[in-house]
Design a protein around this ligand. Structure first.
Ligand code: DC
Length: 212
């Protein structure tokens, strides 16, 4: 029953690498950022003040979010595409900064970890959610490369410089929040993906898992 925890900043390649690694190992894949995004979506639709910790925490505690095989449902509705929209991306790190929200969502994440044989990606999996994960990886890449990847992913819309600025802002918010800031978890292997192919990185991490 192995848990592989992959943490790192936005655009480091976590989703791509975690999905391929899960396929290679025949493990499940859990994108914990999607869970925070689903809460941000409900908060936006409800029109609550995103900085109101109590209101957003109540929303997080009250919604039924499920992730399976790359699909995210919110109270039974498929929101997989909707949670990637720009309004949710802009809102999510404000929502994720509230301890009330993080506490409400930790149970869902630990439940997934307890089922074992899973690759979980996020910002605090190896540090807070599953600190005893068998394999911990911290993925990074240069800001320039992360911005360029996002631009490619989003159909080459907009200016790379604007994407870079948004990434820098989100990194700062994720790393400076008082509750579960983005840190390199104790015992994590740091993997810099700048200039490397996806399959090289997947293979490097798979080697860490396989001897178990
Ligand atoms: O990986 P992503 O861009 O989908 O993550 C969305 C946001 O959720 C990101 O700004 C940080 C937050 N997040 C978090 O705080 N903890 C996690 N385990 C996963 C994501």
């Amino acid at each position: 029953m192995t848990v592989v925890a992959i943490d790192g900043p936005a655009g480091a390649g976590k989703s791509t690498i975690a999905k391929l690694l899960a396929d290679k190992l025949s493990y499940r894949y859990v994108d914990t950022g999607a869970i925070y995004r689903a809460v941000a979506l409900v908060a936006l639709l409800a029109g609550v003040d995103l900085d109101d910790a109590a209101a957003v925490g109540t929303i997080a505690a009250g919604c039924d979010i499920r992730t399976s095989a790359g699909t995210v449902t919110l109270d039974g509705d498929d929101v997989t595409t909707r949670i990637r929209a720009a309004d949710v991306t802009r809102a999510v790190s404000r929502v994720a900064a509230h301890p009330s929200v993080r506490e409400a969502l930790i149970g869902i994440q630990r439940g997934e970890a307890a089922r074992g044989d899973v690759v979980m990606e996020g910002r605090d999996i190896g540090s807070v959610v599953v600190p005893d994960a068998e394999v911990k990886v911290f993925l990074t890449a240069s800001v320039e490369e992360r911005a360029r990847r996002r631009w490619e992913q989003d159909g080459r819309h907009g200016e790379i410089a604007d994407i870079e600025a948004a990434i820098v802002e989100r990194d700062a918010r994720d790393s400076q929040r008082s509750s579960a800031p983005l840190v390199i978890p104790e015992g994590a292997v740091e993997v810099d993906t700048t200039g490397r192919t996806i399959s090289e990185v997947v293979d490097e991490i798979a080697v860490l898992v396989e001897p178990r």
